[in-house]
Design a protein around this ligand. Sequence first.
Ligand SMILES: [Fe+2]
Ligand SMILES: [Fe+2]
Length: 269
Amino acid sequence: MKITILVDNYATQLSSLSKRLLSEWGFAAYIHDYRILYDTGLTGTALLNNMKALGIDPNEPEYLVISHRHIDHTGGVKAFLNARTKPIKMIAHMNLFTKAYATGESGKLEDISVDFTREYLESKGVNLILVREPYKITNGVIVSGGILRKWGPSHTGAVTDEVPDDMALYVKHQNGLIVITGCGHSGVENIVEYGFQVTGLNKLYAIIGGLHFMGLPDERIKQVTDYLVGKSPSVVVGTHCTGILGIAALRNALPGAFRLGGVGAIFEL
Ligand SMILES: [Fe+2]
Ligand SMILES: [Fe+2]
């Protein structure tokens, strides 16, 4: 299975130079085998530039899965749809259009809601599927729906609500569970344990995406890395809102499994 990171806060690959890849605050990844685009980044500029540079036609994805409603994951939706000529299935949480806010550096509330309406999506031929419960794309690929939070704390950081719309993508692989997460607001333990519950698997093979360590105290980061060490995954890619310090903590705790994310990073699982 092949996953490419299309939008990320970081540019880490030397090939970013020759391919002219762009990074921006946000996250998007493409799951090639199932033609799923998971998130779209903040503006659409990085997404479309990087798709083109990496040879992924905007018409290729058959599914657009939205991890949660924050603009750094949904801000590229309009540009992506505008670049397509085919309709698409878009799977998002029921809460997609609920207003979202975060407290900025100055203490002021920042609006981080989606910048499109349901009517706009329909005018673009989107088949919008709003979910709350787990949603099967195929037998082995499941959108989590709202994630139960009974195994650990949420990671909300500067966001003013608990982000009940946070959804991971769970892929059943012969080596165990693959978890793809956007911002990880549900908290790592909840995202992984709910994945076990939903898929019936009990081995974590890989976790890729935003783990939202930004703004967490060191003790909490240690709790999460200890939890992950206990699950002995083969591949751990914390990126985007995992933050630079969080990425370093993962590298120290899981040196064998750790891989660097960044735009253009490709994982063959
Ligand atoms: Fe995010
Ligand atoms: Fe977020």
